[in-house]
Design a protein around this ligand. Structure first.
Ligand code: PMP
Length: 404
């Protein structure tokens, strides 16, 4: 008997995965050549499995800002936001985010996970009810579990199911928090936000939208799904991350409620961890400024996203329900997914492999993510690699699963 016995199933799964080739969960990028190219196993590959939607990780403006902050403010803050870890950069970024998103205040966290998990678990405690989409990210589930609130899952993007559950709550519905995501990270589909807002308004509930994958990506100004859907005034809380479109690390929450600032003194993942490094904050600020000043980067991203989505769909792959920078191809089983992932890597294309329970509905999928920085030739090569998968006898039938 050992405290490690419970991890044995992981060892068995890892061993099975290794039989098909590389370990999909142990990939080391040995060298980065650009936002879209790296060296893996000594070979140059196209990076099509990152969340680097705007390709800003190598933007000279962001690198310059980070370098400056590193040189003038040092490598780390060595303390929490509540103690010595709030520098002017953190406060300025909070102001810039509030200004960008049209709220009075913003709170910056060290990671997006901490932002979502911290806000949900602190806002919602015993006696409260959370209604969350079944495909929610782990940070939303963990926040719901940790705070001790009752939580009810509604079927993914199913407004009828959400309403049924809300109506069953009686008077408690007016204090319930509905949690959805802008773009869902696995299938790349959006929440039906206008309908959700309509229901929320009717029941007097609160709404939190995690725009981790949609900020910088959706909306005329890049403010996310709430902007695209024209419902920004109706969303009570928006959380997001700097680790995707902004090419840095960190997270934030904004709210239009004046009491929101009080959460700063209660959120444990804000209080009991060191704040982001000055360089991290500086590059996030520079990237946010680029989102605001350069809408053409977003236009390029969508051109690339449509090309890959249409390309893979035309090849017969079962893709997610709508085009987005996250393009999932659904596999009928884990073995096909692992084999296909290895084949793509051997053809110089890195994508993410997602296996149950991380993928929705116990499916296995390849998650290709597109960047504005992918060149037209790289987009061609990504589609060609998927085409070879089909030619090699792995009929696209293998990649089809019933998912609604
Ligand atoms: N929310 C969602 C929907 C996410 O997909 C992620 C990251 N995958 C996070 C939150 C956490 O963000 P971070 O990487 O900044 O911790």
């Amino acid at each position: 008997m050992s405290i490690f016995d419970k991890f044995q199933p992981i060892a068995a799964t890892l061993q099975r995965l290794l039989q098909s080739g590389e370990s999909p969960f142990g990939v080391v990028t040995e060298e980065l050549l650009s936002a879209t190219e790296g060296v893996i196993n000594g070979k140059i590959v196209i990076l099509a499995g990152t969340n680097n939607y705007l390709g800003l990780t190598f933007a000279p403006e962001c690198i310059e800002a980070a370098k400056k902050a590193l040189e003038s403010e040092g490598t780390g803050t060595t303390g929490s936001r509540m103690a010595n870890g709030t520098y002017s950069g953190h406060v300025n970024l909070e102001r810039e985010l509030a200004d960008f998103l049209g709220t009075d205040s913003a709170i910056v966290f060290t990671t997006g996970y901490q932002a979502t998990m911290g806000v949900v678990s602190t806002l919602m405690g015993q006696g409260d009810v959370i209604l969350l989409d079944a495909d929610s990210h782990a940070s939303i589930y963990d926040g719901s579990l940790r705070g001790g609130a009752e939580f009810l899952r509604f079927r993914h993007n199913n407004v009828g199911d959400l309403e049924r559950r809300l109506s069953g709550l009686g008077e408690r519905a007016s204090k319930a928090l509905i949690v959805v995501e802008g773009i869902y990270s696995m299938l790349g589909d959006r929440a039906p936000l206008r309908e959700i807002v309509e229901i929320k308004r009717r029941y007097g509930s609160y709404l939190l939208v995690d725009e981790a994958h949609s900020m910088g990506v959706l909306g005329e100004h890049g403010r996310g799904l709430a902007e695209e859907a024209g419902v920004e005034d109706e969303v009570d809380f928006i959380v997001g991350t700097f680790s995707k479109s902004l090419g840095s690390v960190g997270g934030f929450c904004v709210s239009r409620h004046p009491e929101f600032e009080l959460l700063r003194y209660s959120i444990r993942p804000y209080i009991f961890t060191a704040s982001s490094t000055p360089a991290t904050i500086a590059s996030a600020r520079a990237a946010l400024a680029m989102v605001r000043r350069h809408p053409e980067i977003r236009t390029k991203l969508w051109e690339n996203a449509h090309r890959v989505y249409d390309g893979l769909k035309d090849l017969g792959f079962k893709v997610g329900p709508e085009a987005s920078p996250v393009i999932a191809t659904l596999m009928d089983n884990r073995e096909h997914a692992v084999t296909a992932w290895n084949k793509l890597l051997s053809m110089g294309v890195y994508v993410n492999l997602v296996l149950p329970p991380a993928a929705p509905k116990s499916s296995s999928l390849l998650r290709c993510s597109v960047s504005a920085a992918h060149t037209p030739e790289q987009i061609d090569r990504i589609i060609e690699a998927y085409a070879v998968l089909v030619e090699k006898g792995d009929s696209a039938e293998n990649y089809k699963v019933a998912i609604t």
